[in-house]
Design a protein around this ligand. Structure first.
Ligand code: FMN
Length: 407
C-alpha cells in the first residue's frame, strides 16, 4: 500500500468504537492515525466499555475518550465534536449502531455525533455473518450508503470470533486507513470554491393564479447543492423554485418563481462564483403578457393569452462567463445522442452538459433516481448508471472536479 501519510497531519478524526469483539483492533488504528499526526478523538458507545477500556484510547490518542452523552456541562459535544471533525470513522461498527444511524436514533454520544456529522462518516462493520447478511441489516447499510454521507469499508471473510468462518471480520487496518485518507481528500476537493446551482421548474405566470410550468421537482439541484457543501465548498447558493423540499444543510437557498426572477438572482451572484450548475428546468416559452388580476371565463381567456419564446438563460450565462468560471448545463430530452449534446455545448460555450432521458418513468423528473450522460467540452462522455440522485450528484461533481484540476 502506498499511503500518503501527510494526508492525516493535523486532521481531526473522530474514532467511534462500538461493542464488537473486534474493538481491540481500534486501538491499533488509533495509534497509527495518531502517529501520522492526526488529532484523534475517541468516542465509545457505553456498551463498548464491556470490551475495552477508555483509558487505552485516551493514552494512545492523547485526547480524553468520550463516552457519556450528558457528561459535558460546558461543551455541546454531540454537535461541536462532529462539526469540527474532518472525518469520522466507526471501527468496528456493530449491527446495532449501523441500524441506529440508519434510522437516526441518537441514544448515545457516538450515534448522536455520527447523525449530526457534516463530514464523511466511514463505517467498518464487524459482526457474525448471519447478522451481516440479515436482509434488515443489509437494507440499513444500503439506506446509509444512498444518503451520501456514509461510506462503508469491509467486512472481509475469514475466521470469526464465534468459531465460525464467514463474512464479517473487520476489514484490514491498512485498507481502512487508506480509504480514510481518500475520503479526507474527497471531503475538501471543493474547498474555497463558490458555487451557484439552480433547481426546479420555473412558473411563468399568465395571471395572478395561472401559470405554465413543467414537471421538474428540483431534487437533482438539491442533491448537487448538498453534495457541494459536503465536499467543502466555501459557499453554495441554491436558486430554487420549489419550496416543498427540505433546505439542504449549509446551503443558502434563494427562492424564486419565474425565469426572470431566477435571472435576476443569477445576475447578482453568477459573476463571483467559480462553478455554476444550471439544473433548473427553465420554461422555453412564457406568456406574452402577464395579467395582474385573475382572468375570468367571460373575459374570453383564450383570445387574451399567447406565448413567446423565452430567453435562454444558459446561453446568456455562457456569454457572460469569465475564463476562470466553469458552467454546467442540463439537457432533459426525450431520447438523445451524445453528438447532439456536444453540438449544444459548442454552440453555447458551456463546459459540461448533463443529459438525461426524460421519456423514462424510472428516472429524471420527479423521480428520486437518475441516470445521466456527462458530456464535456472536449467530447469526453461519462455515463452514470441509474442511482439515487445524491449518488448521481457525487458522480457529476467528480467530473467537474476532474475538469477543474485538468485546467
Ligand atoms: C462477546 C460479544 C461479542 C459481540 N460482538 C459483536 C460484533 O462483533 N458485532 C456486533 O454487531 N455485535 C456484537 N455483539 C453484540 C453487541 O455487543 C450488542 O448488539 C450491543 O448492543 C451493541 O452496542 P453498541 O452498538 O451500542 O456498541 C457482541 C456481543 C457479545 C456479548
Amino acid at each position: 500500500m502506498v499511503l500518503n501519510k501527510s494526508v492525516f497531519l493535523k486532521k481531526k478524526i473522530v474514532l467511534g468504537i462500538t461493542a464488537s469483539i473486534a474493538a481491540y483492533k481500534a486501538a491499533s488504528i488509533c495509534s497509527r492515525l495518531a502517529d501520522m499526526g492526526a488529532d484523534v478523538v475517541p468516542v465509545m458507545t457505553p456498551n463498548a466499555l464491556n470490551f475495552i477500556t477508555p483509558i487505552t484510547f485516551s493514552s494512545i490518542s492523547g485526547n480524553k475518550t468520550i463516552v457519556e452523552q450528558f457528561a459535558n456541562e460546558k461543551k455541546i459535544y454531540h454537535i461541536s465534536l462532529s462539526h469540527s471533525a474532518d472525518i469520522f470513522l466507526i471501527a468496528p461498527a456493530s449491527a446495532d449502531t449501523i441500524s441506529k444511524l440508519s434510522y437516526g436514533i441518537c441514544d448515545n454520544l457516538l450515534a448522536t455525533s455520527a447523525v449530526s456529522a457534516t463530514c464523511p462518516v466511514l463505517i467498518a462493520p464487524a459482526m457474525n455473518e448471519s447478522m451481516y447478511l440479515n436482509p434488515i441489516i443489509q437494507k440499513n447499510i444500503l439506506r446509509l450508503r444512498k444518503s451520501g454521507k456514509y461510506f462503508f469499508i469491509g467486512p472481509k471473510s475469514g475466521n470469526l470470533a464465534c468459531g465460525e468462518k464467514g463474512l464479517g471480520r473487520l476489514e484490514d487496518e491498512d485498507i481502512i486507513i487508506e480509504r480514510l485518507g481518500e475520503l479526507l481528500n474527497y471531503s475538501s476537493d471543493l474547498k474555497g470554491k463558490k458555487i451557484v446551482i439552480t433547481a426546479g421548474g420555473t412558473r411563468e405566470f399568465i395571471d395572478t393564479v395561472r401559470y405554465i410550468s413543467n414537471r421538474s421537482s428540483g431534487k437533482m439541484g438539491y442533491a448537487l447543492a448538498e453534495e457541494a457543501y459536503f465536499r467543502g465548498a466555501e459557499k453554495v447558493i441554491l436558486i430554487s423554485t420549489v419550496r416543498n423540499l427540505p433546505q439542504p444543510y449549509g446551503v443558502d437557498v434563494k427562492y424564486v418563481e419565474d425565469s426572470s426572477g431566477m435571472k435576476k438572482v443569477l445576475d447578482k451572484y453568477y459573476s463571483t462564483n467559480d462553478v455554476a450548475v444550471m439544473a433548473a428546468a427553465v420554461s422555453d416559452i412564457i406568456p406574452l403578457k402577464k395579467y395582474n388580476f385573475k382572468l375570468k371565463k367571460k373575459n374570453d381567456i383564450l383570445s387574451r393569452i399567447s406565448f413567446k419564446e423565452n430567453e435562454n438563460i444558459l446561453k446568456y450565462l455562457a456569454k457572460e462567463k469569465k475564463k476562470n468560471q466553469y458552467l454546467v448545463g442540463f439537457a432533459a430530452e426525450s431520447g438523445y445522442n451524445s453528438r447532439d449534446v456536444l453540438e449544444k455545448i459548442k454552440d453555447k460555450n458551456i463546459d459540461m452538459i448533463v443529459a438525461n432521458d426524460i421519456s423514462r418513468e424510472d428516472i429524471g423528473m420527479e423521480s428520486d433516481y437518475n441516470e445521466v450522460d456527462i458530456v464535456r467540452q472536449d467530447g469526453a462522455v461519462k455515463k452514470l448508471a441509474r442511482d439515487k440522485k445524491r449518488i448521481i450528484a457525487r458522480g457529476i461533481w467528480d467530473e467537474i472536479v476532474k475538469s477543474l484540476t485538468e485546467r
